[in-house]
Structures are given as structure tokens and as C-alpha cells.
Design a protein around this ligand. Structure first.
Ligand code: MN
Length: 265
């Protein structure tokens, strides 16, 4: 009888343990938002997909779809989400008229990206925004942007729209101690690339700025209410792909968060 009980206990444990063990061996599914060239393609640079692969995740491109119901279904299958760089966000989303210096916008992509952020937040899906992705997170939660730093920001000592390729870092940023970006990198400052003429102006309610370039421009934000949502103004994937051993940690952090999220699903 004791033996029988032991066997029963063993099978009960095995039932519960093995599915989890095998789940952990499966790479977490990291959705990557797409750009929309010529309003005719859904695409993402290889640097994004390779960075996720390098960090142990499985990248999957989320196509540009206008039906929110379909996007919701896709989001429900993911363990994490990365929002990539691209065009300017239309200022109507933060209640401003466009200024002359505003760059290209993509209306369909704005709707798609903002829907992705909202749907991901509803599920508390780990979300990481890069460049435009970071700006969109700020706008989605009620913040605003500089439409054009050179014409709207007094201090022009930092060149935020670098001419050299993105694998070259061009300016320093200071990190807020205790923030995600500081904890993940273990650093107090980083040297980053910079390909933007817009930036976070008023940070969204429920978020905080966690990095600044020396001119005071925000270079990273994160949720201050425990939502697993954050973003950076630079392009870590361009450094990661060239072997940067610090910026790969942003993607490893994402895959780690994604595994935790999946195991709690
Ligand atoms: Mn910058």
C-alpha cells in the first residue's frame, strides 16, 4: 500500500513537473512590430531578430494589420513584445498641431503600433520600445514628444541625428540608479548611438525618465507602477549585432521576463 502511494505521488509530481521543465526548454516567443515601407510591406531589420535570437528568444514578426481583434489574438500568443524604430509619431496623438519640421508619418502604422501597446498592456505582456517604440509608449500612456529637437529644444550641443552608421556610439547617457536600464546593464552611464530628431517631452503619467543625454534630453523611460513596459531612445540592437556585451542584456532581460510571463500564463 505504501509502495502504491509512493508510485501515485511520483506520477502526480511527474505530471506537474515535466510539462514545466519542457516548457522552459522552449524559447519564449518575442513579437517584433513591423515597419510599413511604401504602405505595402511588413518588415523589420535583421538586427532586431538576430538580437532576440542571440538572447535566447524566438522572434516573430507581427504584420501590419488594421483589425484590432486579429492583433489581440496574435498578442495573446506572445510572451514578449518589442516595438521597433521608424517614422515620426503624428502629433495629434498628443494633442498638438504638426510643425513644419515634423518628419514623415505613417497613419496606418501609428494606429497599429498604438493598438499593440494597448493590447499588450491589457495583458501585462513584457514590452520593450526602441526609438520610435519608446516614443510611442510615452504617447500611448498620455505623454508628449518634441516634434523636432533642433527647432524646439534650446540646447543643441548634442548631435542626436548622427551621420555615421548606427554601429558607432556617438553620445553619453546618464542612467538613473535603481532603474531597469541601470540594473540590467550594471552601469551608471552608457555610450550610445543616436538616430532621432524627436524625443520624450512630458513623460506619461505612471512613467519616469531613467536616462538622459548631457543636454537633458530623455533617453529611456519605464513604468513606475510595476507594468513591465519600458523603452530606450537609442538602438541597442545595432550595437548588439556587432558584439556589444552590455547591450545584449536588454534582450536577455526581455527573454527572461518573457519566460516568467509565460510560466504565469
Ligand atoms: Mn540621442
Amino acid at each position: 500500500m505504501k509502495k502504491l502511494l509512493l508510485f501515485a505521488l511520483f506520477f502526480l509530481l511527474a505530471e506537474n513537473l515535466f510539462p514545466q521543465t519542457s516548457l522552459q526548454e522552449i524559447k519564449p516567443l518575442i513579437g517584433i512590430s513591423c515597419s510599413h515601407p511604401e504602405n505595402n510591406f511588413s518588415s523589420a531589420r535583421r538586427t532586431y531578430t538576430e538580437s532576440v535570437l542571440k538572447a535566447g528568444g524566438l522572434p516573430i514578426l507581427v504584420p501590419i494589420i488594421e483589425t484590432e481583434e486579429d492583433l489581440a489574438r496574435i498578442i495573446s500568443m506572445l510572451d514578449g513584445l518589442i516595438l521597433i524604430g521608424g517614422e515620426d509619431v503624428h502629433p495629434s496623438y498628443y494633442n498638438e498641431e504638426p510643425i513644419e519640421e515634423l518628419g514623415d508619418v505613417n497613419d496606418i502604422r501609428d494606429v497599429y503600433d498604438l493598438a499593440l501597446i494597448r493590447l499588450a498592456a491589457d495583458r501585462k505582456l513584457p514590452t520593450f520600445g526602441i526609438c520610435r517604440g519608446e516614443q510611442l509608449i510615452n504617447v500611448a500612456f498620455g505623454g508628449s514628444l518634441y516634434q523636432d529637437i533642433p527647432s524646439q529644444y534650446e540646447d543643441t550641443s548634442v548631435e542626436h541625428n548622427q551621420k555615421v552608421p548606427s554601429k558607432y556610439p556617438t553620445h553619453y547617457i546618464d542612467l538613473l540608479p535603481g532603474s531597469i536600464i541601470a540594473t540590467v546593464t550594471g552601469e551608471t552611464e552608457l555610450v550610445t548611438n543616436s538616430h532621432h530628431h524627436q524625443a520624450v517631452k512630458d513623460v506619461a503619467p505612471g512613467f519616469r525618465v531613467t536616462a538622459w543625454s548631457c543636454d537633458g534630453i530623455p533617453e529611456a523611460i519605464e513604468s513606475s507602477t510595476g507594468l513591465p513596459v519600458w523603452g530606450v531612445q537609442f538602438h541597442p540592437e545595432a550595437h548588439t549585432i556587432n558584439g556589444d556585451s552590455i547591450m545584449i542584456r536588454f534582450f536577455e532581460f526581455m527573454t527572461g521576463q518573457a519566460v516568467l510571463y509565460r510560466n504565469q500564463k
